[in-house]
Design a protein around this ligand. Structure first.
Ligand code: DGT
Ligand code: CA
Ligand code: CA
Ligand code: ZN
Length: 590
């Protein structure tokens, strides 16, 4: 198969990119770009010119490049290019696609900070590690972050929950400050805690919409105003996220919030039920079917619980409103009750069981993570640095695990001296190798308080193989948690194709907890899988995978996933008191 003009152009552009990152002379880099451009514009297939021996007819193609095209056409590969790809890794070259990031910056990120992928770049920007580089600063760092978010949105048109939530909270907080505003809330998929968000829907209760709209349209980060109406405005933010703001009268708050929270399927189900009771329902009111227009006759509701009660239903938390059985349940329970009253909440969590420190690829030491966790009100944390097998800088070896234990002991002793009731536990995020074996020996694993095993590589193995691999890892009696089970990255990469039912049954049998990883790019297990796992009786852990103290704040994202999965605190191991957790960890296994 001869290469197409497009394929050739892509290769030469890629060569130019990588040479550029290496700091190659400008004219050399430009020569490759020019050739790529001319190949794309060539009126005939380059393969034909090659067969005819007239490659040099293409403008910019001299002896050297003709030889390269010849090698590519003959062998399908180019030694020069293969070497360049080894020298400049794919992830490094990929960073050029980030807006406001050019070859000079890529070179610096790579050489000075060891960053080799867009994900690492994103993490570094979030951790504030880019700002101190030459010609950077905080503003440039923020721009790069917004650029990455917008790239990730472009893939699906949807923004990750973790990217939308802080923005929506900031805008809602600003709107609540506006004089005359009774209530303001984000609704839609964001209020339901969905893993990705199409757009943000904000509802405001106020008698005078004008100052609300003024404040909204003056928010920082707005790239474009899409609509500026009296009671509804829309804007597109710099990261591509669209935000709609609607102002309603305070007396219709309950119906409006319910309507715009959705989901659409949930609302359809609720409306059908209302109709069976002879009622109609819209964003303003509940009215008698066949009666007068709701505007002049309907019954209004100032909050959601009274609205659901009027329809003969228990209150339904927003995260459950997906028409996955919640409406039936609400009818069964009836007015005045709550569906899943014991649904897990952020305040139920007593610790965080996945985080990284400078012992592997984290940003800070053990004590810094401990202090941040104490400030969040936790009772314990599990430090889970990477093992050496993943090839991250600094992966843990058995020797370094012993050294780390000493540091953790020192931290615990110091906290005890200060009278702080808090325990740092030692764990590790152990690599599950391609064959399901772990990259630390059992005698080392047995010394850790809790062990998390994670599959990071060869996620595309066929279903049977990867399922058997994860199950084999779980069979190791020292493994307690399977980390980010699917390995998916939101908007970026599909997860592994497991036989989930088999995986969950194995988790149950070998008493391994499955993680809901709260990292904004993971949320893994997802809501549907986590619900099934919990239903089968599997234990879960909800953890942030923080690589810096700030990352611990992502816990809410995992909690939202767990709530969408109908999870209660009894099945979440880090909602348990420390003594119960350790007792469970020390279980002897047959
Ligand atoms: P998204 O933005 O795609 O992540 O999902 P949602 O659920 O936020 O949907 P969106 O923004 O289109 O609409 C917000 C809510 O408005 C939706 O969840 C339910 C409510 N709604 C009620 N009836 C309708 C309808 O007929 N069409 C649409 N689009 N939304 C409706
Ligand atoms: Ca929406
Ligand atoms: Ca919307
Ligand atoms: Zn991991």
């Amino acid at each position: 198969m001869p290469l197409s003009n497009q394929q050739l152009a892509d290769i030469f552009n890629d060569i130019a990119d990588r040479l550029d990152i290496q700091g190659e002379l400008v004219f050399k880099v430009r020569a490759y770009r020019t050739v790529a451009e001319n190949i794309l514009n060539a009126p005939r297939p380059i393969a034909d010119l090659w067969r005819e021996g007239v490659l040099e007819q293409v403008p910019g193609v001299g002896k050297e490049i003709a030889a390269k095209i010849d090698e590519l056409m003959r062998t399908g590969r180019l030694e020069f290019y293969e070497r360049l790809r080894r020298e400049v890794p794919d992830g490094v070259a990929a960073m050029l696609r980030v807006p406001n990031v050019g070859p000079k910056r890529v070179k610096e990120f790579w050489e000075k900070l060891g960053i080799t992928s867009i994900d690492e770049l994103e993490a570094a920007a979030r951790a504030g590690k880019l700002r101190d580089l030459p010609r950077m600063g905080e503003k440039a760092e923020q721009k790069i972050l917004a650029g990455i978010e917008s790239m990730k949105r472009r893939a699906t048109g949807r923004v990750r929950l973790g990217d939308a939530l802080p923005i929506a909270r900031r805008i809602v907080a600003a709107l609540r400050q506006v004089p005359g505003v009774h209530k303001a809330e984000y609704a839609g998929s964001l209020r339901r805690g969905k893993e990705t968000i199409g757009d943000v829907d904000i509802i405001v209760a106020a008698s005078d919409p004008e100052p609300v709209m003024q404040t909204f349209l003056a928010q920082p980060g707005i790239a474009e105003v899409l609509a500026a109406g009296e009671t509804k405005s829309s804007a597109r933010l710099e990261n591509g996220l669209q935000v709609d703001v609607r102002v309603v009268e305070p007396r219709v708050w309950g119906t409006a919030l319910q309507y715009f929270t959705g989901s659409q399927l949930h609302n359809i189900k609720v409306r059908e039920l209302a109709q069976k009771k002879g009622l109609t329902l819209n964003e303003y009111a509940v009215s008698k079917l066949g009666g007068k227009d709701s505007a002049d006759g309907g019954e209004t509701f100032e909050d959601e619980p009274t609205l659901y009660a009027r329809l003969g239903m228990a209150y339904i938390p927003p995260e459950l409103r997906e028409d996955r059985g919640e409406v039936e349940k609400a009818l069964e329970l009836g007015p005045g009750r709550v569906v899943m009253p014991d649904l897990i909440a952020l305040s139920d969590l007593r610790g965080d069981l996945q985080m990284h420190t400078t012992w592997s690829d984290g940003a800070t030491d053990v004590m810094s993570m401990a202090r941040a966790a104490i400030a969040l009100g936790y009772e314990y944390i599990l430090i889970t640095d990477h093992t050496a097998g993943l090839g991250v800088v600094n992966g843990l070896t058995p020797e370094r695990i012993a050294e780390q234990r000493k540091e953790i002991d020192r931290v615990n002793a110091q906290l005890r001296k200060e009278g702080v009731r808090f325990r740092v536990l030692q764990g590790a995020e152990v690599e599950v190798r391609g064959d399901g074996s772990l990259d630390l020996p059992d005698e080392v694993l047995s010394q850790l308080d809790l062990v998390q095993a994670s599959v990071h590589t060869a996620l595309t193995q066929p279903r049977e193989k990867i399922t058997a691999r994860a199950i084999k890892a779980m069979q190791n009696p020292h493994v307690h948690i399977l980390g980010h089970p699917s390995g998916r990255l939101l908007n970026e990469r599909e997860g592994a194709d497991y036989d989930w039912e088999a995986l969950f049954r194995a988790a149950l049998e070998y008493r391994v907890a499955l993680e809901i990883n709260a990292d904004p790019s993971r949320l893994d297990l997802n809501d549907v899988l986590a619900r099934r796992a919990a239903e089968l009786g599997c234990k879960l852990s909800i953890s942030t995978d923080a690589h810096a103290p700030d990352g611990l704040n992502n816990m809410i994202l995992g909690v939202l996933v767990a709530r969408r999965a109908w999870v209660t605190p009894d099945s979440v191991i880090n909602a348990w008191p420390l003594t119960k957790l350790l007792k469970w960890a020390n279980k002897t296994r047959a």
